[in-house]
Each structure stands twice: as structure tokens, then as C-alpha cells.
Design a binder for this molecule. Sequence first.
Ligand code: MN
Ligand code: MN
Length: 448
Amino acid sequence: MSELLYTPKNAYEVLSAEEIKEAYDYCEGYKKFLDNGKTERTCVSYSIEIAKAHGFVEFVDGKKYNAGDKVYVNQKNKSAIFAVIGSESPEKGFNITAGHIDAPRLDIRPNPLYEDGNMAYLKTHYYGGIRKYQWTTIPLSLIGVICKKDGTTVNVNIGEDENDPVFYITDLLPHLAKDNKPIQGEDLNIVIGSSFDKEEKENKIKKAVLKILNEKYGVTECDFQTAELTIVPAAKAKDVGLDRSLIGSYGHDDRVCSYPAFTSLLSLDKPEKTSVAFLVDKEEIGSAGITGMRSAFVTDFLLALCDGYNARIAFKNSAALSTDVGAAFDPTFPEAYEKRNSAFINCGPAICKYTGSRGKSGASDACPEFIAKLAGIFDANNVLYQFCELGRIDQGGGGTVAQFIADRNIEVLDVGVAMLSMHAPYELASKTDIYMLHKLCKAFYENY
Ligand code: MN
Ligand code: MN
């Protein structure tokens, strides 16, 4: 870093052939994580399964832990916390990463089932920011749980297995699209069946659908009211490009950051500072709710880790990376970006000093002393990174969980993989950037 001018570096210029191979190999695990974790629930169960294989055990509040102990917390099956106990006192502070595992999708409404035009449908309510037209005419899966009043829970997962049927949302044919009306929220109706039993007189397609659900899961129509069912794209994660340098998938935002933060924590043996990775729910709708980053379960866990030491000092000395995606420059839509302050594919994780919109509103705006200290650590560990903003000023904007970490008097910086087609049913991210975020989080955990 002795050059007079700053020039962003591309991973393919600076990485050795071995390290590029390492990056590609690393992403094989990430693709499995994507396919096994299409919802926050499946993400929680899959990551806990991986953590257990790495020696993590369920955290017990009040129990004494020693340096090197590995624990996890399962928050309502929708958020998870993983931690490795450090050798230093909690008052030295915790090293924390926080990514989210919810992603934009369509949720099934409480009274969803109806029939019309010789077909049966489920009504949906979209979750998170979506461009609604993108969710029509693609194969979809139905994933979730039906909690019954008798206290039992049924897991639903249809569309993910190669032999499963999928679901579908129609769009108007171009021949009749003269009015060019955009797809509305109430148009996102899931086709779920069209056959029926000839003995039936009324609601016959609806009844045929319910009969299948009853045989498969023992449920009736009113069980939809106490269920949590979601519609997600059925497509699997795949390499993109002749060179296989990119990955296309549903839900990169924010598994593309949660996974590297999680794997870097798994790689720790006996860190000096207690190291924590939050994989949280609800970011896409404001981090509220009992499984979101604003919930007391986050503070309560950190308090429990203080183990009799002064928690205020522990919090004050803690450092966090809010690991969430950035928007990579898209040359097809240059007008939405300011090129000098945009992130580019393959230039490493994107550091965002502030997010927000309309004059940084809602941003955490990290302290320069903190940013410089982190950047120094990244440089010393050969981590590639870039500084960026999310598009042109007043073009839109967005937020992350950073502000909710800062609310707890914990210093925090936004950093994450810069990606293309964010929030689309099939998003695009680069393998070297994903691998480099793993390296960045590891450098943070081991050196901050
Ligand atoms: Mn995100
Ligand atoms: Mn998002």
C-alpha cells in the first residue's frame, strides 16, 4: 500500500492460482448451504448441524464456560448464535459478526385457499422488498411448518426434491398485455391444483387439494391459520459463466455473508477474545420481532457471556462487523450508480461506512478510528476489500442490522459481498468475493 494513487485490485490480478482454486473449492460448501437453507428455519437447522459436527454444544445460561468452548443458541428455530469462548476476560470485549438468514419471498396468508377458473390457488403476502414481476412464471417451492392445535408440528417441504412437483404464479401473455399493468401484490397467487373428484359438487378443486394435504400431513383448511408457510424459488445454486467464476442462487442476500462469517468462526480454535456470530432473522422487514436483531435475545446472550464481569465495559470494548451484501456496479444500468463509489465484482468484500437513504438517514456511520484499525488488520492479512456506497445519491438506499448493534454501544462496520440482481429470485455473486469475506472475518476474529 505504498503507491501514491489508490487503485482497486481485482482478485484475478493478485491471487495465486492456488488461492483461486481454494476460493472455488470453498464455494462448493456454500452452494450446499444455499440449497439446504432456503428459509431462515432450514438455515438454522442446517447451520446447527454443521456446528455440532465442529464440536458446538447448546448454550446453557448460567453455566461456566472455559476458553475454547464452543456454544450455540437456537432462537425459536429462526435465528441462531454461535460463539467460541476466548482466553481473555469478557471485559476486553467480544468480536462479533452479524449476518441475516431471512430473504425476500412470498408468505402464505392465513386464509389462502380458493378456486377460480378451474384451478385452485393460494394467496400470498410478499416478505421484504421484491420486484413483483420477477416472481411470476418460475418454478417455486413450498417450505415451512404447520403448527397444529394439538401441539404437534408438521414440516412441509415440497418442490426441493428432484421428483417433487413445483408451484407457479401466472403472468399475462404478451398478446393481451396492451394495458401493461404491473404485477400487483394481490396478483401473486400460487397455482396449487386443477383436478377434482367427479362425485364432488361444490369447492371440488379446493377439496381435492385439501384431501392431498390431509393425507400427507393430517391437516385441514383451518390449520393454514396457525402455519408458517413460505414460497421460495425452486432453483438450485449453480455456477454461472464458462469459467464458473460466479454463483447464481436464490437467497445470496444474505447467506453470501452469513456463511463466510459462520465458517470463519468455525475455523477458530482458541481465540483471545470471545468470538460470536449472529445468524439472524427479520432483517428484510426491519429486524423487529422476537427473532430479529433488535430483540433482547441478542443482548441477553452477550450479558450471559459476561459471566459476572462488568457488562458495560464488555460492550464498550466489543467490535462488530455487520456482514450484509452491497450492490455491485451493473454496467447494464450505469445510471443507477456513481462509478467512483461503487463496488465491483471480484474486488473483494465491500466496506460501507454508512448505509441509509436521503442523506444517510438510518445509517450507523462508523467511526473513522474503528474503520482504519480494521482496514489495517485486513491489509496485514492480505485481504482484498473495497469501499463503496449503495448506488447514486437519492436513487434509493437501504439499511442493515448495523444500527441495532450500535444501539448497544458496540462499535460496528458494514462489510459484505457486493452482488448483482439483489432481491431477485435468482441473484448473482462472485466466488472470489465470497471466499475473501471468509478470510476477512477470520482476520477480524483473530486480530482485532
Ligand atoms: Mn441483506
Ligand atoms: Mn436484503
